[in-house]
Structure formats: C-alpha cells, structure tokens
Design a protein around this ligand. Structure first.
Ligand SMILES: Cc1ncc(COP(=O)(O)O)c(C=O)c1O
Length: 414
C-alpha cells in the first residue's frame, strides 16, 4: 500500500508552540485533568474582553460583508490603516502612505506567509532573531529559504548587536526580521537600535520586515519606535493587527503596510498582489473592525489597552507578579519585559541540567498540570529557557508558578 506522506517542503518546518507539548496537554485534558495553560498569547480565554465597539461594528457589518472584497481588503479599512501610519509620520520622507500600500490579511500570520512566499527564492537567506516568534523561521524554511538567526543578548536585556548581525550578511541575504516588542522576550528596542536596524537594511539593500503586533502593549513608560519611520532607501514592511491590543485574535484581522522605496520593489509587489489575489481576500467582516479599532482609543473605561498596561491595570500587575514569582525561585532569572505579554526566564544549567527542554516541559506538565513552552521552540540554541504568558489573573499565575517552583525543587542538583 502506498503511504501518504507529507511534502518534502515541510522538512525542518517546526511550530512547537502548538506541537507535541500541547498534544500531551490535550491528552491529559481528555483524561479529565484540568491544565493551567500559560502557553499561548490568546487574550480572550483569560477574560480579556474586546472593546465593545469592535464587536458591535463586526455585527453591524455582517450584512454588507457577504461578498469577497478587493484582495488587499475593503477600502475604508485600508484608508484607516494608511491614515494611522501617516499620522505616526511613516512615509513622510518617501512619498506618503496610501491605501494602495496596505494589504489586509487573516491575521499577521497569513501576511507573513504571503510576504515570504513572494520574497524568498530557494537558497535566499533571511535574518531572524533568536529567540524569535517561530512562525518567522518556519515560514522562511517553508519557502526553501534559510533562516539565519542573529543572537539577542540576554545579559543586555535581550538586545541584538548590530555588528554581529552585519557579520551574518551574505550575497544571499534578502531581508531582516525585527520583532519589536519581542515575543518571547518582551523586550522593547530603543529608538537608537531601531534606527540602527533601518540603517543596516538600507546599507545592504535588505527588506526590513518589522513585526510590530505588540506596539501598543508597553509598560513603565517605555516608548515604541516604528521601524518604518527610518526607512526611505529600501523597502520596509510593517505587520500589525487586532489580535493582541484589541484582544480579538479569533477575528483573524491584520495588516501589512508597505513603505520606503517602493519604486525598487515593483516586481516583488506584483508577486505579493498575485498571492493575495490567489486567496481571494481576508475574512471581510473582521476587516470592518479595523477603522473602529484605529479610530479613537477603542474601549470603554478601564478596559482600554493603555489602562490595562498602566499601574493597577491587569496586564501590568500580572507581568509584575509573574516576574516576581519567577525571580524568587532559586536558579531562575528573568529579564523584566518592557512590553508584550510574555516572560522568558532562564533556568541556570548548573542547577537545572536540562538536555532536552521539550522532554523537560512534558515532565513538568505531567507533574504539575501547568503548560508552558520550551525555549528551543523559539529557536533559542540552548535548552535552558521557558516561555510563560502573563495573561492569567494573579491568583492563577501564583498557583501555576508555585507548582512549577515545587517541581523545580525536586529536579534541582547541588
Ligand atoms: C510576534 C508575533 N507576530 C505575529 C503573531 C500572529 O498574530 P496574528 O494573530 O495576527 O496572526 C503573533 C502571535 O502570537 C506574534 O507573537
């Protein structure tokens, strides 16, 4: 009998955030266990309600959203995105941003796929941070390209080093990915570092791929710098959407803004439009939520994203609690995240000698019923980190991290 096998294109493609560890958690759940899930950045299951006017707008739009839209998205939504970035100052030095520069997608995830399929030829290299949001590495690999990981330095707050990045550039390098604020580290890059990325991309003619989906989830007065502000002599592609700050990940609504020197990129943009056409369009009702989301601060009272990140707000208080609880465990250290909704603690290998962090996390799950993700799932080269989401309420975080502390005590050496 002929076996049905997966495409050879999938060789080396990994997405461990939803891999074997999650499968084990689902097996335990089927067996009647309750699992505390600290593994996926999905705000809704943790009681983060979307701004009501976004839900209302989606409901209102249903009757008029029955047909396919323009493959780049409905005009009012693309106008709203173009206006938003224009107001931020993007495009000021490179001919402005118009609705034609905006592509809407089924979340940033789909747009990452479309862009990399359109950009990367087999053998091309894309510079990707390590650790990264692993979809980037997976999609580069799927295109037949090579994700070349540039390290981020934990001892320097997970900041990458531009000179080290520059040393990795070869004639096959076509793009560089910047994830800011970062998943999984939560690091927010300084304006100077962002300018440095832009200058490096311009110097080497690389496409700057700026994943800024957490640009409004910021703590302690940290300011986010948009990469596109500093690009005029090469192409900049900015990705964002409604999944995180607006808490409607299930609507699958994201955008891509093309800025910088578009004249040099006609051929690529033609390819991108071809791929956008081939999938017809993004989910149309969810596109209508975009103008509302980008209009005035979309949310009632204390539920706005700014309020959630301010003192007394859930996201900030949970980040603080999780960081404190993790840092209190012997041999565990954690850079304080300046943004996003994750923590990426290190387990000192002298105290916790872990060879295989996926196996370690499965053991942890079986013993504690707490689900986290292993650091290597984010393309970190060493097996000594875990990633937590800081979305659960403080009592749940306290319970989960308490159980983890108890487990670590049993596996500690020395
Ligand atoms: C850095 C980063 N980019 C993109 C995405 C995907 O977002 P979307 O829901 O818009 O597909 C995520 C989701 O966790 C993410 O963390």
């Amino acid at each position: 009998m002929r076996h049905i096998t997966q495409s050879s294109k999938l060789a080396g493609v990994r997405y461990d955030v939803r891999g074997p560890i999650l499968q084990e958690a689902e097996r335990l759940e089927r067996a009647g266990e309750t699992i505390l899930k600290l593994n996926i950045g999905n705000p809704a299951p943790f009681g983060f309600e979307a701004p009501p006017e976004i839900v209302e707008e989606l409901r209102r739009a249903l009757p008029e959203a029955q047909g396919y839209s323009d493959s780049r998205g409905v005009l009012p939504a693309r106008e709203a995105v173009a206006r938003h970035y224009t107001e931020l100052g993007v495009g000021a030095a490179s001919g402005g941003i118009s609705p034609d520069d905006v592509y809407l997608g089924n979340g940033v995830s789909e747009l990452i796929s479309l862009v990399l399929q359109a950009l990367v030829s087999p053998g091309d290299e894309i510079l990707v941070p390590a650790p990264d949001y692993p979809l980037w590495t997976a999609q580069v690999t799927l295109t037949g390209g090579r994700a070349v990981h540039y390290p981020c330095d934990e001892s320097n707050g997970w900041m990458p080093d531009l000179e080290a990045i520059e040393a990795l550039i070869t004639p096959r390098t076509t793009g560089i990915v910047l994830i800011n604020p970062n998943n999984p580290t939560g690091t927010v890059y300084s304006a100077e570092l962002v300018r440095g990325f832009a200058a490096l991309a311009e110097r080497h003619g690389l496409v700057l791929l700026a994943d800024e989906i957490y640009d409004r989830i910021l703590y302690d007065g940290v300011v986010h710098e948009h990469a596109a502000l500093h690009v005029s002599e090469t192409l900049c592609l900015t990705f964002s959407g409604l999944s995180k700050a607006q808490r409607v990940a299930g609507y699958r609504s994201g955008w891509l803004v093309v800025s910088g020197d578009r004249a040099i990129a006609h051929d690529f943009l033609e390819g991108l439009t071809l791929l956008a056409n081939m999938r017809m369009c993004a989910n149309v009702p969810a596109q209508y939520a975009i103008p509302v989301a980008l209009g005035r601060e979309a949310a009632a009272g204390g539920a706005s994203i700014d309020a959630l990140c301010a003192p007394g707000g859930r996201l900030l208080e949970q980040r603080n609690a999780a960081h404190r609880l993790l840092s209190e465990i012997p041999g565990v250290s954690c850079v304080l995240p300046g943004g996003a909704m994750y923590l990426f603690p290190r387990l000192d290998p002298a105290i916790y000698p872990i060879d295989d962090d996926q196996r370690f996390v499965i053991g942890l799950l079986r013993a504690t019923r707490v689900l986290v993700t292993n650091g290597r799932g984010f393309n970190l080269p060493t097996p000594d980190h875990l990633r937590f989401v800081s979305l659960p309420e403080v009592p749940v975080l306290t319970e989960a991290i308490g159980r983890i502390a108890g487990y670590l005590e049993t596996v500690r050496v020395g």
